[in-house]
Write a protein that binds this ligand. Structure first.
Ligand code: GMT
Length: 379
């Protein structure tokens, strides 16, 4: 198949998932055309089946807000015609689903081409940004106009039906992880550099937006560290990073906390970690938690959104209500208290992550593409 994939090229979960999906499809022999405004972060190395088409958004003195949505629709039209795309898969509804709709209409009218559109809903496109009245009518319309809709968890599917008047079926296709890539042996020298006295290594990775409640991570770490000597690695960057750094100074733990910024080799960092903290107010799924589990790292998380579909309470880690930092710290201590308990959680985290292995999930997207193409009306 010749597949177009529209995505955000950043470190956000939707962009990571879309990039990994495209690479997996290319490895299966499909021709994959990524369409976005910058080289996606996880897209490196040469693959004969992968193409990257950059959306250029020319500036003009009149534009306080350069019209990305229009530029994206025009690029989709161009790529669809010149690369003879058979279908287009857009990740994150805003503004990708409406640009896709616009492109589809142009292709139909001008070229007699029917380009099926698949929209994958990822999270805040529904739960935060999308349902804001500023965007809602366009989001509802463009989701309904998609030929197929998927959501990354049962919870996100429910939230979508709750917040939008969606007339079509939404298929749940869970996020996935390449277990073989994440289950790496830890690099001893790296572990020693972070935890020279054999401390436990705790990790958080996100884009440090408010919704992630990174202050909670710092507070939980402080409580765990009082009982179990540990180090905290804060991976990523975003608006709340500075406040979290300040808090770690206030709590007198900054010698034990490293803010390492955005990292591409997540598998090496995960490999040396003992516990992953994810305190979010909402997660449709929690891809970072799944990647941690695939690296044998148990998870203490909030129980918001789709997290209970990923983190099995008492098995792969623990969950507590949003903001219950003391409870989460106690769970962390319980997991880290001795090597035998930790080893049990690590193994179960890995076993559960294996259910979401790339090999099990990517065929579900391929089957969906095939069923969309079979029902396709040309012209
Ligand atoms: O919030 C983020 O970290 C980024 C965001 C996105 O859409 O780029 O992530 C969402 O999509 C991920 C991949 O499907 C999910 O695993 C995340 O849970 C989801 N984030 C939220 O719902 C807050």
């Amino acid at each position: 198949m010749r597949i177009g994939i529209v995505l955000y090229p950043t470190f956000g979960g939707s962009g990571v998932l879309a990039t990994e999906l495209g690479i997996a499809l290319a490895n299966e022999g499909h021709q994959v055309h990524f369409i976005t405004y910058r080289q996606p972060v996880r897209l490196s190395g040469f693959n004969a089946n992968i193409f990257y088409h950059e959306v250029r958004v020319p500036t003009y003195p009149l534009f306080d807000y350069p019209p990305y949505e229009t530029a994206l629709a025009s690029t989709i039209v161009d790529v669809a015609i010149n690369q003879r795309l058979e279908l287009l898969h857009v990740h994150y509804a805003i503004p990708h689903a409406s640009s896709a709709y616009m492109a589809k209409k142009i292709l139909q009218k001008n070229e007699g081409i029917n380009l099926p559109i698949i929209t994958t809903l990822h999270g805040t496109d529904i739960t935060l940004v999308g349902k804001d009245a500023t965007y809602e009518p366009v989001v509802t319309f463009s989701i309904n106009e998609s030929d197929a809709i998927t959501a990354v968890s049962e919870n996100l599917k429910e939230e979508t039906y709750k917040s939008f008047d969606i007339k079509k079926d939404i298929e749940v296709i869970y996020n996935f992880v390449d277990v073989s890539r994440f289950s790496k042996k830890p690099i001893d020298a790296f572990r020693k550099a972070v935890a020279p006295d054999g401390e436990r290594i705790i990790i958080h990775a996100s884009n440090f937006r408010k919704i992630k409640r990174v202050d909670d991570v710092v507070r939980i770490f402080e409580m765990i560290n009082r009982k179990v000597p540990s180090k905290l690695m804060m991976v990523g960057d975003g608006p709340e990073r500075h406040a979290a750094e300040e808090l770690s100074r206030e709590l007198g733990i900054c010698d034990h906390v490293r803010f390492v910024g955005k990292q591409e080799q997540m598998e090496d960092i995960m490999a040396i970690s003992d516990l992953f903290l994810l305190t979010s107010e909402y997660e449709s799924f929690g891809l970072s938690a799944l990647e941690a589990m695939a690296a044998y790292v148990p998870v203490v998380s909030s129980n918001a959104g789709g997290l209970p579909e990923v983190n099995v309470h008492g098995e792969t880690g623990f969950m507590a209500p949003v903001g219950h930092v003391k409870e989460m710290a106690d769970y962390g201590i319980q997991i880290l208290q001795d090597d035998q308990t930790l080893a049990g959680f690590k193994q179960r985290a890995f076993d559960h992550a294996s259910l979401f292995d790339i090999k099990n999930i990517v065929p579900k997207y391929e089957a969906l593409y095939e069923s969309v193409l079979e029902g396709k009306l040309v012209g």
